[in-house]
Design a protein around this ligand. Sequence first.
Ligand code: PLZ
Length: 431
Amino acid sequence: MSESSLLAARKSEAVARGVATRGIYAVRAENSELWDAEGRRYIDFAAGIAVNNTGHRHPKVMAAVAEQAQAFTHTCFHVAPFEGYIALAERLNAMTPGDFSKKTMLVTTGAEAVENAVKMARAFTGRSGIISFSGAFHGRTLLGMALTGKVAPYKKGFGAMPPEVVHAPFPNPLHGVSEADAIEQLERLFASSVDPERVAAIIIEPVQGEGGFTIAPFNFLRKLREICDEHGIVLIADEIQAGMARTGKMFGFDHSGVAPDLVTMAKGLAGGFPLAAVTGRAEIVDAPGPGGLGGTYAGNPLAVAASHAVLDIIDEEDLCTRADEVGEVIRARLTQLAARQGMECIGDVRGLGAMNAFELVIDRNTFAPDAALTSAIVAEAEARGLILISCGTRYNVIRLLPPLTIPMDQLQEALDIIEASIEAAVMKKAA
Ligand code: PLZ
């Protein structure tokens, strides 16, 4: 029996089955490569789901964490605060969109950042309603899954959802919802389901992640800003997957010029260490009283040190420009591939910066999803040494999330594997 199958057997005995996994058991990883328990080498196009934007084990991140570990690893910020947390808050206040006074709180996971952003919006407005979008993903906590716009597997069997969470359709012309439709539906919701005067916040991902790498039209974000201003609603940008240079700008919202009131960050924020943040208008962040926010591990010193290194790297290595370069290479190759005869299964190629995806369809007229082909391509790529992950409410999108630090030769190698994997999967389907 191989080491990986032994681990798989132990896993299924010992680990909750709800925690679904792939069969690649990691042993070691370096920048954009990962080695499994069999010693097999993979190019990592998942980057821990958009976490390792600066690659696995970036030397500067490792050095910062090692240095912090010599001083202290945990104090609990409520008990003994430390400079690194304060300095990181200062940096995030300055970096996030919007030319107004801002404040920050640090937490550990993306879901926690979302929960805290909503707490702030509720405390500030004195209202309780929240609007999120179909296809959204905002986490797996009770409120996070309520905000998430997809039932199976995220909400199935988990009982009553928290009240006053309403979903509006996310604009997606490919699937029949134009930008104008989405605005109209939102206005209709205000007439039929929820009084806008009761809505504390609207939360939106600038590019939906789990939902299928669907880009919110920049004009739609501007319109949301207007609607929020009109009704006194807090606009929350969930930048957990799209943020930290991934889309070619520090934040996805930067493309639209819209300043949200609150920004949630996690994933790429600390290069593989658990850290998340909420940054936004000082008066909103300060709405909850002393003791109203926090957590034992919130703002862990090792993760904070890692995050300072990550922000330095993004700047020093100009990873926003690099994200655009990587993205252009990916989109050029995929667009070329999609134009080839026999590749009609590629229904769409899209992306912003290095947040790219292609959608697999039965045919290009109906855009009917091909989920089986999608998983076949992921499996073919894995057999050829490339880690791909899928997404999409209809399970038919393959998202490409290489570290922004990936060497060009590895990027080309990965694109060759993608091409070969699609060809193989299409051929097997036809057979
Ligand atoms: N908001 C936009 O993408 C996490 C989920 C993996 P946590 N996405 C990966 C899985 O299957 O659970 C995510 C996100 C956006 C919030 C979250 C939640 O962040 O750190 O996983 O809690």
